[in-house]
Design a binder for this molecule. Structure first.
Ligand code: AMP
Length: 467
């Protein structure tokens, strides 16, 4: 039975989605004003892993992620670069999506941009104003935290503490309470703006998430994720906004928060300058290494990034690679005698350990320990000449199942690009065939062959293969 640690209750709870096997999951996406770093990658790889696990367990998961493409940081950075904010956001959104593809984070069902949901955002501001939770001052519309009696239920922070965190909440000279946050910002001259009767402006950061989740999930859903820095005030604000509007609680049944990737104990962050971008990391290392690096730690704990830890991870990856090589090459197991039954038990025991660990709040380090136990046992059997091809097959099947979730065990061979010269020759040959110049077509085929490629004529046209 799957248990999740819920930040809202501070306990591990049995996972019971609101509606059968249907799971609506929302994770806070990036603010696209700069390149993403491997701290972001930690959070997004983890949520990719859990979605893949839930899907393997038969859940029907809808994974929604927002993209903050309008925000103070975007406006500031665009100003520094002398380009329109929208252009900057488009550039870094594209980069982010490419990074996710490179990291094999491919489980997101929908990316939703803030600027594509202005109508929904305005509707939420209006409803909050009508219910008297929102008030207007000179620079925008604010949420009055004193009116929401459960403010602080996620983070355990009281209103008085909320007031200490003012640097992380929007400034506003005439706010009623220092903890009040902005729902709608009146735009300064030259800033992007959307028309509105309260003053042309742009959305406050917290509101885009509830406007987006309300559109796709309604006012209540199953899981909300992000790293722990977002618990307060961001997620607290989301709860206040949506529960105030709908009168229904809880907004989210299970709140999951990842620990930080740190450097010498400090959060990896753009503002601290201690970051490695995903792109720079992948110039020197593989996606598989980063995924293993993330998976080998418990998601809720901080992980301190160091060359030493990365080196250890490389060694672990090598051990896996050597083992997979051995069991994939029939040569090293063929001569062995078959002891199928006993080895079948080994694999199914490991499988049970793997599942038990994953069911315990996605304890990936323990699940990984089960995989390494199998590697050790398999290696011992190989050295004793006791691993049969059938055993090897069974182990490979298990590892493939694990890799549907972890995506680091098997290396994907990059698809080789067919050189343009070959493509041109194939096109020329096709034309010759069309014109009935068969001899010339044959000559071209021979020429293609000498260059290491083979053309096959199929109903769908020419197919090129590397020889
Ligand atoms: P941002 O673009 O800064 O809003 O961050 C996008 C997501 O990445 C949020 O869920 C953040 O909490 C998360 N995140 C940012 N920095 C780190 C870090 N050093 N470690 C883990 N997650 C992070």
């Amino acid at each position: 039975m799957l248990k999740l640690y819920n930040t809202l209750t501070g306990k591990k709870e049995i996972f019971r989605p609101r509606s059968g096997k249907k799971v609506n999951l929302f994770v806070c996406g990036p603010t696209v004003y700069d390149s993403s770093h491997i701290g972001h990658a930690r959070t997004y790889i983890f949520f990719d892993v859990i979605v893949k696990y839930l899907k393997q367990k038969g859940y029907n998961v809808f994974y929604l992620q927002n993209i903050t493409d309008i925000d103070d940081k975007i406006i500031k950075r665009a100003g520094e670069k002398g380009i329109p904010p929208q252009k900057l956001a488009e550039e870094f959104e594209k980069e982010y999506l490419e990074d996710m593809k490179d990291l094999k984070v491919d489980s997101v069902s929908k990316y939703a941009r803030a600027t594509d949901h202005i109508k929904e955002i305005i509707s939420q501001v209006r409803r909050l104003s009508e219910k008297d939770y929102a008030y207007q001052i000179e620079d925008g519309i604010y949420f009055d935290v004193s009116k929401f009696k459960n403010y602080g239920k996620l983070s355990g922070r009281k209103l008085s503490q909320a007031e200490d965190a003012v640097s992380r909440i929007d400034e506003g000279k005439n706010k009623r309470n220092r903890g009040d946050f902005c729902l709608w910002k009146v735009s300064k001259p030259g800033e992007p703006k959307w028309e509105n009767s309260w003053g042309d402006g742009r959305p406050g950061w917290h509101l885009e998430d509830t406007a987006i989740t309300e559109k796709y999930f309604g006012s209540q859903y199953d899981i909300h994720g992000g790293a722990r820095d977002l618990i307060f005030p961001h997620h607290e604000a989301e709860i206040a906004q949506m529960e105030a509007i709908s009168g229904k609680a809880p907004l989210v049944k299970y709140w999951l928060h990842t620990g930080f990737l740190t450097v010498e104990g400090q959060k990896m962050a753009k503002s601290l300058g201690n970051f490695i971008t995903i792109r720079d990391f992948l110039k020197k290392n593989s996606t598989r290494l980063l995924r293993l690096f993330v998976i080998k730690a418990l998601y809720r704990s901080p992980v301190d990034y160091s060359e030493k830890l990365l080196f250890q991870t490389k060694k672990e990856l090598e051990r896996i690679d050597e083992f997979v090589d051995k069991i994939s090459q029939n040569g090293s197991v063929k001569k062995s005698r078959g002891r199928g039954k006993i080895h079948h038990m080994v694999v199914s025991e490991i499988e049970k350990k793997f599942e038990k660990a994953m069911e315990d709040d996605f304890n990936t380090p323990e699940a990984l320990a089960a995989v390494f136990e199998l590697v050790n046992k398999g290696n011992t059997l190989i050295s004793q000449n006791k691993l049969s091809p059938n055993d090897a097959k069974e182990i490979l099947t298990f590892l493939k199942k694990v890799d549907e979730i972890f995506n680091f065990i098997f290396e994907e061979k990059p698809k080789e690009k067919i050189p343009q010269t070959i493509i041109n020759l194939v096109k020329e040959r096709e034309k010759c065939r069309k014109d009935g110049l068969w001899q010339k077509a044959d000559e071209i085929r021979k020429k293609i062959k000498t260059k290491g490629y083979w053309v096959e004529d199929t109903k769908e046209g020419s197919k090129i293969k590397k020889l």
